[in-house]
Design a protein around this ligand. Structure first.
Ligand SMILES: O=C1O[C@H](COP(=O)(O)O)[C@@H](O)[C@H](O)[C@H]1O
Length: 290
């Protein structure tokens, strides 16, 4: 394969049901991780700017994870930031590690350090436009010795808090959903904090936007996540993956839409479902381009 960018599938940008959304998935393959994260950051900024010409505010869910945070770092260096009226942009999170607010594990802390804090410092983004998921207000020691039932109750309350914040904030929009949601993919195929066969995958009620995730197979064990129905109500769902360790997961997600073994195979947006990956993450599907 040459060092070019490849597009697989196309979408007609029509609204459709979940089956159609899964059938209309697009994929863009970039030659390197560096080009990938720059391209995703640029696309994100341009899409926000485009949407702001048509609507009053834009709501974006950010992701944690190595590649996801690199995208935000790339956004912080991108001159296209200059075309965006950030006071009309609200940043949310697709999932969060339920740890103390100052923990380096928190996706929100990493996202702030990579990009959001610099927007606030430079007077571009109002602090109140950053909607962090709740943090664990207990000490780590207290959380470690708490009974599972207590943890579940605390997680449920935290999920309800973020659910209500989303519901109230989005209520004034013509379409009370997120506009763009960015997600990373784990080697096990998880996205957000939705892990294979985990109870958090069983939420089907579209009014339940957020769920607690206990006993996460990836550390830390307590998490919060947007639910599948809420993610699938989002207009633009963008998946980002890089590196050889993600190749099998990406392959399975694309080959087997709607497979509970691979949560990211359920990723779908109402207008667009776009996978953006680098060549290493594509290596299991190389035959499609040969
Ligand atoms: O724990 C998480 O993992 C996924 C994937 O992260 P990566 O480092 O393997 O790219 C991430 O998307 C999610 O936000 C995060 O909480």
């Amino acid at each position: 394969m040459s060092d070019s960018t490849f597009y697989i599938n196309t979408t007609d940008d029509d609204e459709g049901d979940l089956k159609n959304a899964l059938a209309r998935r697009e994929m863009v393959i970039y030659p390197t991780k560096k080009i990938l994260v720059t391209a995703v950051a640029t696309r994100l900024l341009l899409k926000i700017s485009d949407l702001l010409t048509k609507q009053e505010r834009v709501d974006v869910a950010l992701t944690g994870g190595g590649t996801g945070i690199d995208v935000l770092r790339a956004a912080s260096e991108n001159t296209a930031q200059g075309i965006i009226e950030f006071p009309r942009v609200h940043f949310w999170f697709g999932d969060e590690r339920f740890v103390q607010k100052d923990s380096d594990d928190r996706n929100a802390k990493q996202a702030r350090e990579a990009w959001l804090d610099s927007l606030v410092r430079n007077g571009l983004l109002p602090e109140e436009n950053i909607h962090e998921m709740p943090a664990d207000t207990r000490t780590r020691q207290e959380a470690d010795v708490a009974p599972a039932r207590t943890n579940d109750e605390i997680l449920d309350a935290a999920a309800q808090t973020y659910n209500d914040e989303l519901r109230e904030a989005l209520a004034g929009k013509d379409n009370p959903v997120l506009d763009i949601a960015l997600f990373g993919v784990g080697p096990d195929g998880h996205f957000a904090s939705l892990f294979p066969h985990h109870h958090a995958m069983q939420v089907h009620d579209p009014d339940v936007r957020v769920t607690g995730v206990s006993h996460s197979p990836k550390m830390p064990p307590l998490r919060l996540s947007l639910t599948l129905p809420f993610i699938q109500s989002t207009r633009y769902v963008w998946m980002v993956a890089s590196g050889l360790t993600k190749a099998d997961a990406v392959h399975s997600a694309i080959d087997h839409p709607g497979d509970p073994d691979i949560p990211s195979s359920f990723a779908a947006g109402r207008h667009q479902t776009l996978w953006m990956i680098d060549r290493e993450a594509f290596s299991s599907q190389q035959h499609l381009l040969d």
